[in-house]
Ligand binder design. Structure first.
Ligand code: FAD
Length: 317
């Protein structure tokens, strides 16, 4: 079922979770072990992130270096199918521009369609680790909006492969990313919001946000989106802070601010367990306030911390 249909038919605030594919070598049981306890909350769907391969230089016996592409986590197609089969729940693969040609993307979308996957979260992806800024693959897409166009074209039966005539129409409901604190490459929030509106005008059914720790930033973002005519559902992405290291890691990697009250409370903590308690309490307060604001869905980035998410969501249901 499409995310937009889930939201339209909802009687209250929905819950959804996000997982990473397991590291290569681990089995699908590691995903089920992670998700099993969270199923108690009857999530409406599960998102699965995509992790592009990394270029590494491995030393050979003769002392020279060999350039190799290393993929640490498998792709999303198999894991989404497994989650759907195992739990009879919708799985939402993240699809990215980086590292893919349009033809490769077309093949992946055909596989997803065959598996009955109705939703995709359409993203550009970040720069590869060995690049200073995002470089599209030769024959790939530059921006999320270009990938989105490919998805909507397939929904109209239009394929890249010129030999396909009267192609079957896929029925993907595409979502896109939004940034309450601005995407780090955008010159300002106004321009970033215009880019977001272009994605929505090009067919995105909903917006899912980057994590944030200050709800006011989300409320302002929603207001600004509505003012420029973005009318689709806006889903807040939520993540707990569970250790002090994240006070510098999260701003560096995700370009988000940590509110002073939260950073002060975390700095006073003596152990990771203390930090986890502070982070959980913050997440509960954030979730309650967002629920009261009337968000359609509370989307939790579980990222290796299902117990913390369980403790927080338990307080809401
Ligand atoms: P875009 O919408 O293409 O925007 C990228 C930048 O370009 C922005 O600054 C925008 O303002 C600007 N821009 C957009 N269109 C144009 C244009 N036509 N001309 C000039 N500038 C333009 N990454 C992963 O690798 N895997 C994941 O699974 C993943 N999941 C994510 C989930 C969510 C909810 C979010 C918020 C992010 C996720 N990301 C993921 C990270 C994302 O890929 C990065 O933030 C990436 O840098 C931008 O992706 P985007 O889809 O927002 O890009």
């Amino acid at each position: 079922m499409k995310i937009t249909d889930h939201i339209e038919q909802a009687k209250g605030t929905l819950i959804s979770f996000e997982v990473l594919p397991p590291l290569k070598g681990k089995t699908i049981s590691s995903v089920y072990d992670h998700l099993d306890p969270l199923m108690e909350f009857k999530p409406s769907w599960i998102n699965v992130t995509y992790h592009r391969s990394e270029t590494m230089f491995k030393k050979k016996v003769d002392g020279t270096f060999e350039k190799v592409e290393v993929r640490k986590r498998p792709g999303t197609v198999g894991i989404c199918a497994a989650i759907m089969n195992h739990y009879q729940i919708d799985a939402v693969p993240h699809i990215i521009c980086g590292g893919f040609t349009k033809r490769e993307t077309e093949d992946a979308l055909i596989d997803l369609d065959f598996l009955g996957i109705d939703n995709v979260l359409v993203l550009r992806g970040d720069a590869a680790k060995n690049e200073s800024s995002f470089e599209p693959e030769v024959g790939g897409h530059n921006y999320a909006i270009d990938l989105l166009q490919q998805v909507t074209n397939m929904n109209h039966g239009l394929y890249i492969d010129e030999d396909i005539k009267n192609g079957g129409k896929t029925k993907f409901c595409p979502g896109v990313a939004g940034y309450p604190e601005k995407h780090f490459e955008a010159p300002n929030l106004e321009i970033d919001l215009q880019r977001l509106k272009e994605k929505v005008d090009a067919g995105a059914g909903y917006v899912m946000t980057q994590m944030f720790f200050d709800n006011q930033k989300f409320f302002d973002f929603v207001k600004q989106c509505r003012e420029i005519g973005i009318t689709v559902p806006i889903i807040p992405g939520l993540k707990p802070i569970t250790n002090k290291k994240q006070l510098s890691v999260l701003p560096r990697i995700f370009h988000v601010d940590i509110p002073t009250d939260l950073s002060n409370a975390l700095m006073k903590c003596k152990t990771d367990l203390d930090c986890e308690q502070v982070g959980t309490e913050w997440l509960i307060q954030q979730s309650k306030e967002l629920k009261a604001f009337g968000v359609p869905v509370l989307h939790y980035y579980t990222l290796g911390k299902p117990k913390v998410i369980w403790n927080a969501v338990k307080q809401l249901v």
